[in-house]
Design a binder for this molecule. Structure first.
Ligand SMILES: COc1cccc2onc(N)c12
Length: 119
């Protein structure tokens, strides 16, 4: 911009990979992540997939990460927010699951803001 300083947008795939690895591990290790580690089991929750059309979980995110699917922060962010949205859609606010989603989301949003990567 005229007179302003142009800040080069850094496009470093290696840097993104390492930041997302750290972020994903931090989220997976959080005390409130336990309901989200693997896909919801339809044998445990019979009607879950009648209501949730775009399921997501941290194991699936780990597989996507290893497959180098997360080439943009917004792809990673969208999958993680999907986990929270699904949980708050299916469960009532007073449930342990709903509270875990809010706790984990609060932690994640603080962490990702620290990285400055959320465009
Ligand atoms: C074990 O996780 C669950 C069990 C039952 C309902 C659920 O909604 N969202 C979840 N993560 C969930």
């Amino acid at each position: 911009p005229p007179g302003g300083i142009k800040v080069e947008e850094v496009e470093d795939p290696e840097l993104l990979h390492n930041v997302l690895k750290n972020l994903l591990n931090s989220v997976k290790n959080h005390a409130s992540a336990w309901p989200f580690q693997v896909p919801v089991d339809p044998n445990e929750v019979a009607d879950y997939y009648d209501h949730i059309k775009y399921p997501m979980d941290l194991k699936t995110m780990t597989e996507r990460f290893k497959a180098l699917y997360y080439v943009k922060v917004r792809l990673f962010h969208a999958d993680l927010m999907r986990i929270f949205k699904n949980c708050r859609f299916y469960n009532h606010p007073e449930t342990e699951y709903y509270k875990c989603a809010n706790n984990l989301e609060k932690y994640y949003l603080h962490k990702i803001k620290e990285t400055g990567l959320l465009d």
